[in-house]
Design a protein around this ligand. Structure first.
Ligand code: ATP
Ligand code: MG
Length: 482
């Protein structure tokens, strides 16, 4: 059964408490529109009009804040006789006085022509053909101006029945390109030669007002690419912008369209959502718009069972920590992020399996495999991250049940630091005893002699406890809510 089928089945009958109602509503909505799939057209009253031009004194872009390599690409293309501008998040962030994440270039040169200008250039992508110009570790993405399809044309070869775009490789003018972009604030062009900003879609006033507005007709634009709903939330959280009313209205009922997007693409989006420095705010918005349920339905269902319980606190704290680490320039691993995101359903399953005869470690391993497989129908989790994620989980039991000298060996385990950080999260959320967290914090600071003594003291304790347990009729191997 494919991921898409499994996801659709879930949205019909399980998971979301309102699943059936929601689905019925979508069938009606889709039946209306399936008959006329077409790509959204710009508003003809403004398309083709001349752009608002903002000269140097009316914007705050300083070329010293643009990557020298992006400037090299712009100059190289211009010297070869092409038009080339910075566009997208780079321009938006520079105008807001923020540090851009990357610099994207838009040009009238076709990908093959870009390749002729730059030696270290690779063409990539099928859905969007792009040129990647490489300078050591930095890659400057160069996109050819995208154009429109003819008005009313049925693009059965490039869209699905629901109007979703499969390929978008029709080239056009810079104005056309502006109208194909997602939000007005993402469609501003900076010409490094004239030092001017070009605005075809009213991006500049929206930027000043802190408004996130989809270009064109919102329903059609979300239908073309449902990932734009996730992008809306991401930019709103990151920039502190308000999503404009007409733009946000369809999101609640269109959230389910994300089930048509491949788990691989959604995984990439999840990373952008949670590793962009505003993870907590993003998470709250995702839940508000019912988008979180589309990405992590197993988590959503588990959290719904304990709305004020510690899984909720743990996840919020994990996201807050992620934001703090990013602000401090520390690395963040997707393994840890997914360990936190999927902890609630893992606990839920473990609880539900309490009656099995499996030992806690074996049970956790089996539940973890099951969970990773099921989550893969929504977002993929590459093995290089799902394996360490599972180690972080399985080490929780070993950290909780300190076993003499074996505890010392844990300290040098390659995943110790991540597992310990995860234990602290659980401690903060009230899931494990803070004294246990303190024990692991202190032992890391001690000399090896002091560590040995600490472990011996524990063994003494253990023996006493063991005797007590035997007298009481033997200890259970079953897991208790962890
Ligand atoms: P970030 O700061 O995350 O890089 P960004 O706006 O630059 O934000 P990118 O994913 O790098 O986002 O995309 C660059 C630009 O390409 C966007 O600003 C937007 O103009 C356009 N774009 C990207 N994805 C889409 C999409 N799904 N639909 C329409 N336009 C898009
Ligand atoms: Mg970008």
């Amino acid at each position: 059964m494919s991921w898409a089928t499994r996801r659709r089945e879930r949205s019909c009958f399980t998971g979301h408490p309102e699943g059936v109602v929601l689905y019925a509503h979508l069938i009606i909505a889709q039946a209306d529109e399936v008959a006329k799939p077409r790509i959204a057209q710009p508003d003809k009253s403004t398309a083709g009009s001349s752009p608002a031009i903002f000269p140097r004194k009316e914007h705050r872009i300083s070329q010293s804040r643009i990557s020298p390599n992006a400037l090299k690409v712009l100059h190289g293309l211009q010297e070869a006789g092409f038009r080339a501008c910075l566009v997208g998040g780079g321009v938006r962030d520079l105008l807001l006085g923020r540090e851009p994440k990357d610099f994207d270039v838009a040009t009238d040169a076709h990908p093959e022509e870009v390749q002729q200008v730059f030696r270290r250039c690779r063409l990539i992508g099928r859905r969007f053909r792009l040129a990647h110009v490489r300078f050591g570790r930095e890659v400057i993405e160069v996109a050819t101006f995208r154009g429109h399809y003819q008005d009313g044309q049925v693009e059965s070869d490039v869209t699905t029945d629901e109007g979703r775009i499969l390929r978008d490789n029709v080239y056009g003018s810079i104005e056309d390109d502006a109208w194909r972009r997602d939000f007005t604030v993402n469609a501003l062009y900076y010409d490094a030669k004239s030092d001017e900003v070009y605005d075809y879609v009213g991006g500049m006033p929206d930027l000043k007002a802190g408004t996130l507005r989809l270009i064109g007709e919102p329903e059609a634009r979300f239908r073309e690419d449902p990932v734009r709903m996730l992008r809306a939330v991401r930019f709103a959280a990151k920039l502190g912008f308000q999503i404009e009313e007409d733009t946000q209205a369809p999101i609640y009922s269109f959230a389910d369209f994300l089930s048509d997007i491949s788990p691989a693409r959604l995984y990439e989006e999840v990373l952008k959502l949670f590793i962009g420095g505003s993870a907590l705010e993003t998470y709250e918005l995702l839940r508000h718009y019912h988008l979180f349920d589309q990405l992590f339905p197993l988590t959503e269902a588990a959290l719904a069972e304990e709305p004020d319980g510690f899984p909720q606190v743990l996840l919020a704290n994990a996201l807050r920590n992620t934001d703090r680490r990013i602000e401090e320039g520390k690395p963040v691993t997707p393994a840890f992020l997914f360990a936190a995101l999927l902890w609630a359903p893992l606990r839920k399953r473990m609880r539900e399996s309490e009656t099995t005869d499996l030992g806690p470690v074996t049970l956790m391993q089996s539940v973890a495999s099951e969970l990773v497989t099921e989550q893969a129908a929504y977002t993929s989790v590459p093995r290089r991250f799902s394996m360490p994620m599972r180690e972080i989980w399985s080490m929780q039991h070993r950290l909780e049940n300190r076993a003499g000298k074996r505890s010392l060996r844990l300290l040098s385990h390659p995943r110790f630091r991540a597992a310990y950080d995860f234990l602290l999260l659980r401690g903060e959320a009230g899931e494990v005893d803070p004294a246990l967290c303190r024990w692991w914090t202190e032992i890391q600071e001690e000399s090896s002699e002091a560590q040995e003594k600490r472990v011996q003291a524990l063994q003494g304790d253990g023996k006493k406890r063991g005797r007590r347990r035997r007298r009481g009729g033997g200890g259970s191997q079953r897991v208790k809510n962890s």
